[in-house]
Design a protein around this ligand. Structure first.
Ligand SMILES: [Zn+2]
Length: 296
């Protein structure tokens, strides 16, 4: 779908409602949660032009009930526009302000809710990576250090993240870790990396016990200190995972640094994007919304 199509489809209040129904962002039918009977659709003077009415309970439900949009009071055409701009990575705060006349607070809420939806999706679709015959590069990185952020971004305390990438498929995992000690890292590896995987890391001490975890892992370590990023004997390197760090850091930088509490969510969002990169951006977002808010 192109921006042009979206602009046309949301040009009037009426057409925006038809469009939202077509995209299954709002429900076309609604079952009353109190009596479990199907409600009737009733035209109204409300913002969206109709409501659901339960004859039995004499209760009115807003057209957005049970949908992602339920908590937002903005006109539907603006919300649809924002969803499209968000999906295609155009939506920044400045764009939201200029194109949709949205304030910072609402913009933050909108993004945070979408991030939750993506996190929910990733949680349900998380898989372990690696396995016999597969190589997984594992590395740790620090967010919020002076090395990567300058100015206001220094406000964020140091947070360590450990992650891994399966070389053949590019599937990855990443998690915020409390510390870089072997027990923490070992538990993370066991939870995320399948038995028999060939694991490549740097020389950090926390990886010393990788082959002793009872998971039949093999282990190559690459010495970064000598500026030799490739092990001359095995050809093993950690370039792939370092590429992932670079991309996630660009993302957190774009969002003016990320508070510790939301870093996990940002990483999940990155993983979601990674997971969906072959899909058309808007339909990938719609699929994820439908997964969290099944259409009726
Ligand atoms: Zn009812």
């Amino acid at each position: 779908m192109t921006l042009e199509v979206v602009v046309t489809r949301v040009s009037s209040k009426r057409s925006a409602i038809v469009f939202a129904k077509e995209l299954k962002i709002i429900h076309t039918t609604y079952t009353c949660p109190q009596c479990e009977r199907l409600t009737k659709v009733r035209n109204s003077r409300s913002e969206d032009g109709y409501e659901f009415y339960c004859k039995c309970c004499r209760k009115l439900y807003n057209a957005r009930v049970g949908s992602f949009l339920e908590v937002f009071k903005l006109p539907l055409r603006k919300l649809l526009m924002m969803l499209y701009l968000y999906a295609t990575d155009i939506l920044t705060w400045k764009v939201a302000e200029r194109e949709c006349q949205i304030g910072m607070e609402l913009y933050t809420k909108f993004r945070a809710r979408l991030r939750d939806v993506k996190g929910f999706h990733m949680l349900a679709h998380s898989t372990q990576i690696g396995g016999f015959g597969h190589q997984v590069q594992i590395d740790e990185t620090c967010y919020g250090s002076a090395k990567y952020f300058t100015g206001s971004m220094l406000e964020m305390p140091e947070v360590w993240v450990t992650g891994g990438v399966e070389v053949a498929s590019n599937k990855c995992f990443m998690k915020v870790v409390e510390n870089k000690l072997a027990p923490t890292i070992n538990a993370l590896i066991i939870n995320n990396v399948l038995r028999g995987t060939c694991i490549v890391t740097d020389m950090a001490k926390c990886y010393d016990q990788v082959t002793k975890l009872g998971m039949q892992y093999t282990h190559y370590s690459v010495n970064h200190k000598g500026k030799r990023f490739k092990d001359p004997r095995s050809g093993a390197c950690t370039n792939r995972i370092e590429g992932v760090w670079m991309l996630t850091k660009t993302r957190t930088k774009k969002e003016r640094g990320t508070k510790r509490g939301t870093l996990d969510a940002v990483l999940e969002e990155y993983l979601w994007t990674h997971h969906n990169k072959k899909k058309e951006a808007f339909s990938a977002l719609l699929d994820t919304l439908h997964f969290r808010y099944p259409p009726q």
